[in-house]
Design a protein around this ligand. Structure first.
Ligand code: NAP
Length: 493
């Protein structure tokens, strides 16, 4: 049963069926085969980000005679993006057919550990029996418990196919999704505000999270820290035929001071986390243990649940990374273990993360905060560098906007355990360096790299020009001491 992670279907010689069924969002948005990433996640997100970047390139296009007034057409962009997504949906259908995978467009729930009941959109039921079952149900955006939030507001499930420009938008939340949506909407020329619960990008290097906030502020995004919406009211209806968004009044309250704000928006987008949505799959009938706090599926290191023939992959898993490329890799490895005679497990370390905010941020390995907690402040050395990306020089977008940081373990000959890059094309740049970290690269390896063509990458690579950050503080984390004493070799010594 899947919301789109099809990686597990590549199991040669076995009979495989995929159940995939999209339940419409509260405002009725629905999509095709391929799951969140393809339909309402990474793919449209990156294309909208790209559309916003193109607008900026036009502004910065030195030497080109561009018209004084360049306009953006939301509907034209959405049409193009949706065309592309439909072609991907079709490609998945064809691939499943080619690989003789039975595609069942119906919602599956457990009857017991080997039998599932599926119900299609005409309410037609079917019972299917399987030796092995893989839960890849993904997750769905969370709504707050504010009256009318589901009726009047949207989430990332809706934004990419909205039939009108969102107009003035409030993004609630300050992690990946909220900042990425705020970034591309601002880049498309809209008025955008962000309501920050407590901090920006929890779990990420906080120095860079603040740099992202600063750069977005400079682009004109307004941030309201500590506020949460408490009431949503409709002031005026929108009109799909006139491509007009509604008008909403949002009342919000500061969590500490109690200060009340009221403002008017056309769109309110909640990006306050995602839930596993396992409540309707009747996991209990199969005896599967879920985490009672979040409904997520608990698996061991081989992605097996407590029921020996039932596995899980992707965002539905408890305590794993909610990232599509990770879910896909987990599915591929699971199918190889099940049918390919291999036994390798997924390596969750050194996974690349990119935040496609107005300026991109890519990271691999530990944040400074996590590195201090695990290795102790005295155990690490941090090298960092502010730089001006070359493409920002002629358009005069400010000096030292870019930033790079390496976090090294002193006692392991400065093995690099965290790499952070904030600047244009961070996703692609960091992807290459992620391999270096997997291969236990040391600071000296970065110093010895041949300079790349781009000056900022050269600076990044040539760690010698970095200045050290002084880190003061705590003792090493027990985990670090344990790894050093009990598991020699695990840290690449
Ligand atoms: P998230 O990472 O779980 O963060 C939730 C955000 O909402 C946080 O900023 C949190 O603030 C805030 N928040 C929580 N409860 C709130 C409330 N009641 N009112 C207002 N704000 C509230 O959620 P997400 O951004 O929706 O992302 C979901 C998952 O998708 C993530 O795990 C991420 O890995 C994945 N994702 C990945 C990518 C990518 O790879 N580029 C892109 C998008 C999403 P505090 O932290 O201050 O409490």
């Amino acid at each position: 049963m899947t919301h789109g992670n099809l990686s597990i279907t590549s199991s040669p010689l076995k009979k495989v069926a995929v159940c995939d069924f999209v339940k419409p969002t509260p405002i009725g948005t629905t999509w095709g085969l391929g799951g969140t990433c393809v339909n309402v996640g990474c793919i449209p997100k990156k294309l909208l980000h790209q559309s916003a970047l193109i607008g900026k390139y036009l502004d910065d296009a030195f030497g080109w005679n561009t018209p004084d007034k360049v306009t953006h057409d939301w509907n034209k962009m959405v049409e193009k993006i949706q065309e592309h997504i439909k072609s991907l949906n079709w490609r998945y259908r064809v691939r499943l057919k080619d690989e003789k995978v039975d595609f069942i467009n119906a919602y599956a729930s457990f009857l017991d550990s080997h039998n599932l009941k599926t119900v299609d959109k005409r309410n037609k039921e079917r019972i299917i029996t399987a030796r092995h079952i893989v839960i890849a149900k993904g997750s769905c955006p969370r709504y707050p418990s504010i009256p009318l939030a589901k009726e009047y507001c949207i989430t990332s499930d809706d934004i990419f196919s909205l039939p009108h420009s969102p107009g003035k938008t409030l993004c609630v939340g300050a992690s990946y999704i909220a900042l990425e949506c705020a970034g591309f909407l601002k880049g498309l020329g809209l008025e955008v505000e962000v309501m920050v619960h407590y901090i920006l990008l929890r779990g990420f290097d906080q120095q860079i999270a603040e740099l992202i906030g600063k750069s977005m502020k400079e682009e004109g995004v307004k941030f309201y820290r500590g506020f949460v919406p408490i009431k949503i009211e409709k002031v005026e209806d929108g009109s799909a035929s006139e491509e007009k968004p509604p008008t909403l009044k949002v009342t919000s309250k500061h969590q500490e001071s109690g200060e009340i704000r009221e403002d008017i928006y056309n769109t309110v987008l909640f990006a306050i986390g995602r839930d596993a949505c396992t409540d309707e799959i009747a996991a209990d009938k199969a005896g599967i243990v879920l985490n009672p706090l979040n409904g997520k599926v608990i698996v061991d290191e081989a992605e097996r649940t407590n029921v020996k023939n039932i596995f899980g992959i992707g965002d539905v898993l408890d305590g794993k990374l909610e990232l599509t490329p990770v879910g896909i890799q987990v599915g591929i490895q699971l199918s190889r273990r099940m049918y390919g005679g291999q036994d390798s497990l997924m390596d969750y370390n050194n996974v690349l993360k990119t935040v496609y905010a107005a300026i991109e941020y890519g990271s691999v390995g530990f944040s400074k905060e996590a590195a201090i907690e695990i290795f102790g402040a005295d155990g690490i050395e941090i090298y960092h560098k502010h730089f001006t990306p070359l493409e920002y020089t002629l358009p005069k977008k400010g000096d030292n906007v870019g930033y790079a940081k390496l976090i090294c373990i002193k006692s392991l000959n400065e093995r690099v355990v965290g790499l952070h890059y904030f600047g244009p094309n961070a996703g692609e740049i960091t992807q290459g360096f992620a391999l270096g970290l997997k291969l236990n690269a040391r600071k000296a390896d970065f110093d010895n790299l041949e300079p790349a063509a781009e000056p900022e990458i050269k600076k990044f690579a040539q760690g010698v020009v970095f200045s050290k950050i002084n880190v003061n503080g705590s003792d090493a984390h027990p985990l670090w001491k344990f790894l050093k004493s009990e598991c020699p070799g695990t840290l690449g010594e």
